[in-house]
Each structure stands twice: as C-alpha cells, then as structure tokens.
Write a protein that binds this ligand. Structure first.
Ligand SMILES: Cc1cc2nc3c(=O)[nH]c(=O)nc-3n(C[C@H](O)[C@H](O)[C@H](O)COP(=O)(O)OP(=O)(O)OC[C@H]3O[C@@H](n4cnc5c(N)ncnc54)[C@H](O)[C@@H]3O)c2cc1C
Length: 337
C-alpha cells in the first residue's frame, strides 16, 4: 500500500524530520511485483531505502520512497569448507553478522556493528578493519525499477571498488536489491592485519582466537570512537579517504611531514580524510546544532535540531577548508539528497 506524506524521521540516522511524498514498505519481491504496475503508471521518482544510515536528506523527498523490508536468512549450499548464505535485503546487517558468528561461519566478523541493512551493504561495498563486503560476496538478486525485470548480479558485474559499486553509480535508484548471497568459510580464517585489531590481540596465538572474541573487540573499538546514532544523529564517515598519486603525496609531505596515509600498490596512496579535517582545526568544531564528532573529525553529527540543509552547508565548509589547505577535494561517502 502506498502511503502519502510519510515521516522519515525514524528512517534516517541523522534523525532529520523530513517527509516522503509517497512511501511503500516492501516485504517481498512478489509484493513489489504486484505493486509494480501501479508504481510505474504514476511515474514516480524513486528512492530505495534501507535504514537510512548513509543518507543525508537536505529536504523532503518529492517522490516514492521504497523501504526494503525483505527478511530471511537461509543456507543455500555448503561444502566441507564453505557455506553459501542467502539473506533478505531488509535483514539488519548486524543481525546477519551475529547469526554467522553463532554458527561459526567466518568472513564478516570484522564488519560487526555496521548499521544498516544487508541489501544496502553491496551498494557502497561496506568495509571496516581490513575487510570489505566484496571479500565474501557471491551474488545478489533484485529488480529493475525501470521495467520490473529481475536480474542476478555476479561479483564481477557488481563492479565493487572502495565504498562503491555499480549500484551506487549507474544503477542508483534504478535497481532494488532484494537479497544477497555471501560465501563464508567454515574453517577459521581470522583477518587481523588491521593495526588496531592486531594491537588488541597482542601476542595471543592467532589460531586460538575465536569469532566471538573478534566480534567483541571490533564492537569495543567501534563503541570507543563512533557515536551511537540513537544518541547523536550521524551517518558514520561523511567523506571517503581521498586516493592520490604518490607524487602528489611526496609534494604534500614537504609541508606536512606527519600526513597519515596508507599505500595502495606502487602508484597510489589513500590519505586519512579525518586527519585532513583535523589539521584544518575542525575536530570537535561546532556551529549551532551541527559539528564534527570530538573523537573523530570525519563524522558530522546532529546535536539535536539541525536541518539537513545546515548539515549540508557545514559539510561544504569542511570541503572548502580542506581544499584551500591541501588542494584536495573531499568526496562525500554519504548519499546527499
Ligand atoms: C555510526 C555509523 C557507523 C558506520 N560505519 C560504517 C563502516 O564502518 N563502514 C561502512 O562501509 N559504512 C559505515 N556506515 C555507513 C552505513 O552503515 C552503510 O553504508 C550501510 O550499508 C547503509 O545501510 P542502510 O540500510 O542504512 O542504507 P541507506 O542509508 O538506507 O541507503 C544507502 C544507499 O543505498 C541505497 N540502497 C539501500 N538499500 C538498497 C537496496 N536494497 N537496493 C538498492 N539500493 C539500496 C540507497 O538508495 C542509498 O543510496 C556507518 C554509519 C553509521 C551511522
């Protein structure tokens, strides 16, 4: 059923009081297909919504918001070493992680506590602590909102990159992901290359580290540095870490020796966007109800009554200051509408 003038306040983690002109909650692909003719006739503009944890609404949405609530976690195939799990796009990502940990399936434990739905996870190829969704992705199913046709996407077709995929680019709001299939390991496969994780485990023998220990440590680290959206509105990292050539990095290092970066291959490096913002004196900076989080400059927070427009303007101010000081244009990771 399509509802008019629907409040999205509880459906975006910035906690913004915005409305959708039209709203539909989709619990199954069959239901969406049933409604499809009506939706198409009305020629709405679409927005597919999960939990709204990677979206900044700068105003009311004047089209149809399609909320993905497709549920279900099922095992579709397994071998001695591997297991293939199919999850509904509306399943809360962290519930899926918790399910896998309870059943001893390895692969997504480093991605514990990332807010949002499983259907949105491939959109920006979620990542944390040295693991990205693409590392365990097998395929996904969905429906084109343009003509109602179903399609399965393989890993290759999904064109995953750093916080990016075909679903965040060409297919943004044109394709609704109904379910995702992950390929996980039944044999222990801890990924502890990320420094913060390695340090937490100290000299503990890697072979003896359990899935639930990794999950607990990841949760502890995240809770220590990221604001809980239920208490302080935010959408996680607001910008991507910029990727620059090593020549540009060398030039920057002449003036900023302590620049924080990670080498990617021989030619490029990823610069810490949080460091760039901090160096502009903006860590913990606040203007009215908007500010950067005091423990992590990369996160923009809503201290209560900020509007989406104010948050957007604040984000532009950060971009301009960083561009002026370093010549680097920060690219938002958050979807701005
Ligand atoms: C506190 C906090 C911490 C975070 N930490 C991380 C982190 O460590 N790593 C990380 O990668 N991200 C992180 N994020 C960002 C966010 O959690 C992820 O991007 C998440 O995948 C968004 O899921 P969602 O369901 O809320 O998507 P939404 O915000 O609802 O949507 C995000 C985008 O995906 C599209 N979309 C959503 N569902 C579908 C679907 N079923 N089919 C097609 N398109 C769809 C939307 O149209 C939109 O463009 C964090 C966010 C917060 C608030």
């Amino acid at each position: 059923m399509i509802i008019e003038n629907y409040s999205l306040k509880k459906l975006n983690t910035f906690g913004l009081d915005v409305k959708a002109a039209y709203f539909i909650d989709v619990k199954s692909l069959e239901y969406l297909e049933e409604q499809f003719e009506l939706i198409r006739k009305k020629q709405f503009k679409y927005l597919v919504l999960g939990s709204g944890s990677n979206i900044l609404f700068t105003k009311d949405y004047d089209g149809l918001v399609i909320k993905n609530s497709v549920q279900g976690i099922e095992i579709i195939n397994e071998t001695e070493k591997e297991i293939f799990i199919k999850t509904g796009g509306g399943v809360i990502w962290d519930n899926l992680v918790s399910f896998c940990i309870k059943n001893n399936y390895w692969g997504i434990e480093n991605l514990s506590l990332i807010p949002g739905t499983a259907g949105a996870a491939p959109v920006q190829n979620i990542g944390a602590y040295g693991v990205e969704l693409k590392d365990v992705f097998y395929s996904l199913d969905g429906i084109y909102l343009t003509d109602g046709k179903r399609k399965t996407f393989s890993k290759e077709e999904s064109q995953f990159g750093y916080r990016s995929s075909i679903f965040k680019k060409e297919l943004r709001n044109k394709f609704l992901i109904t379910n995702v299939i992950l390929r996980l390991s039944k044999l222990p496969a801890p990924k502890l290359n990320y420094r913060a994780l390695r340090e937490k485990f100290g000299s503990q023998e890697i072979k003896k580290i359990s899935l639930s220990e990794i999950r607990s440590i990841v949760i502890e680290i995240r809770n220590g540095k990221l604001p809980n959206p239920a208490e302080l509105g935010n959408a996680g990292s607001f910008y991507k870490n910029p990727v620059i050539s090593n020549n540009v990095l060398k030039d920057l290092q002449k003036n900023f020796q302590d620049i924080v970066y990670f080498k990617i291959g021989d030619k490029y490096s990823k610069i810490s966007a949080g460091w760039l913002i901090e160096k502009c004196g903006l860590k913990g900076f606040r203007d009215g109800y908007v500010g950067t989080y005091p423990k992590q400059a990369l996160i923009i927070v809503n201290y209560g009554n900020a509007t989406g427009k104010e948050i957007f303007e604040f984000s532009r101010m950060i971009q301009l200051k960083v561009k002026d000081k370093f010549g680097i244009l920060l690219e938002p990771e958050v979807n701005i509408l």
